[in-house]
Write a protein that binds this ligand. Structure first.
Ligand code: ADP
Ligand code: MG
Length: 387
């Protein structure tokens, strides 16, 4: 006999904002939630029950999580995969999906084998080999750590050989070298794929980054229907090829390489909820978190509809706290009173605000996409001026 949602127990490796918002959706469905997250002041630790502050490599903590939960998922592809091997039967998405997406080298190899368009690249084993390899590869290029990078961490850009002269790389490698494209824009697709039933793709999101970090997401994306169709098709194919049970986010570049032709490139994969999908919490009849929660507990899943209007999600980084002279925690939100079109502000409750650290986000609803972006930027400026 099938279990109902209120009998299902779900484990989450990671208690960041993604883990917290997923937990909210799971609790809403009546499931019970247990989290493993090393940071004792994580967003989940401060707001949820049943959060264990132990390392992802703590064998006893991992064993306990898997023994008390029916299924276990993760809120970051950077959780070490080796300690999870013996519990692979309970892991969603599959262990192999985690392994492919957490290593940029295997990710590129998978994408290439799957026939997806990727930027020209080259793996480099050791840091000592980098300078010569970069010169031979050509400029402009980006060097990325293959393991553990996120929000632009572990990335170095080189416009010319001159910039390479006193370059310092953190860590011993391995690395991946990528041609730096001239970007027109960036888009992302989130595929929701249940074990049984039909997979679907959330609407295409248009993303703007600053300093390699997501700044704003816009819905509907201001790219051609043909490009959107192609992105959705590729994303569904990749989720199928990986046999994902859960979510698969596919990040794309729309840009030009050396040959000067504009096209779509797959940048990277994230088998989990994604920052660009936060906008679905207000803009869609079902959010990315609700979709994953339903997949994990086996509840019915239907393709969501986008509410009328245009939407923009803006990230709130530690820089906003800094501008207000705050070291973390709460923010002065008095400026919100003048922005009735800001339909949601979500602060993650992180105690320490570092520059570039994701501390919260907000969502704007407007008539047009351009207007939504303008209002989002104006709101952030107003917050930075407070009090
Ligand atoms: P992360 O894991 O930190 O998100 P990404 O590879 O997605 O790493 O890079 C972050 C951002 O840096 C991208 O969204 C894009 O704005 C920029 N970027 C990364 N690689 C390239 C590239 N090859 N060409 C142009 N811009 C790039
Ligand atoms: Mg990225």
């Amino acid at each position: 006999m099938k279990r109902t949602a209120d009998q299902v127990s779900v484990g989450i490796l990671g208690g960041g904002q993604l883990g917290l918002m997923l937990a909210e959706s799971l609790l809403h469905l009546g499931a019970s939630v247990a989290t493993l997250e090393p940071d004792p002041e994580s967003p989940s630790a401060t707001r949820l029950a049943q959060v264990k502050a132990k390392a992802f490599t703590d064998a006893a903590a991992i064993k306990e999580l898997f023994s008390r939960c029916d299924v276990v998922t993760f809120d970051s592809e950077n959780v070490p995969e080796a300690p999870l091997r013996r519990y692979a039967a309970q892991l969603r998405p599959r262990r192999e999906v985690l392994a492919v997406s957490q290593d940029r080298k295997s990710e590129k190899a998978f994408l290439t084998a799957a026939g997806a368009p990727v930027v020209r690249h080259q793996p480099i084993a050791r840091t000592a080999e980098l300078p010569a390899a970069i010169r031979a590869f050509g400029f402009p290029c980006i060097v990325k750590t293959t393991l553990g990078g996120y929000d632009g961490k572990g990335q170095y850009r080189f416009g010319s050989a001159k910039e390479l002269t006193d370059a310092k790389f953190e860590g011993a490698g391995p690395w991946i070298l990528e041609e730096q494209l001239t970007l027109t824009t960036e888009i992302s697709c989130i595929v929701a794929r249940p074990r049984q039933g039909k997979a679907f793709c959330f609407p295409v999101f248009e993303n703007f980054h600053q300093h390699h970090i997501l700044d704003v997401t816009v819905l509907p994306a201001r790219v051609s229907p043909a490009l959107q169709k192609q992105a959705r098709k590729i994303s569904l194919q990749l989720a199928e090829a990986l046999d994902v049970e859960g979510l698969l986010t596919v990040e794309f570049f729309v840009g030009r390489g050396r040959d000067g032709r504009e096209r779509l490139y797959v940048n990277e994969l994230a088998p989990r909820p994604h920052n660009s999908g936060h906008v679905t919490r207000q803009a869609c009849t079902m959010s990315q978190f609700e979709a994953l929660a339903r997949i994990l507990v086996g509840a019915p899943l239907f393709e969501p509809v986008v509410h009328p209007g245009a939407w923009c999600m803006g990230n709130l980084l530690g820089d906003v706290w800094e501008a207000q002279g705050r070291s973390g925690g709460d923010l002065d939100l008095s400026a919100w009173a003048k922005f009735p079109d800001v339909v949601d502000v979500f602060l993650y409750g992180k105690a320490i605000a570092r520059p570039k650290r994701k501390m919260g986000h907000f969502v704007v609803r407007a008539k047009t996409a351009d207007q939504a972006v303008r209002r989002a930027r104006a709101f952030r400026v107003a917050l930075m001026r407070a009090p």
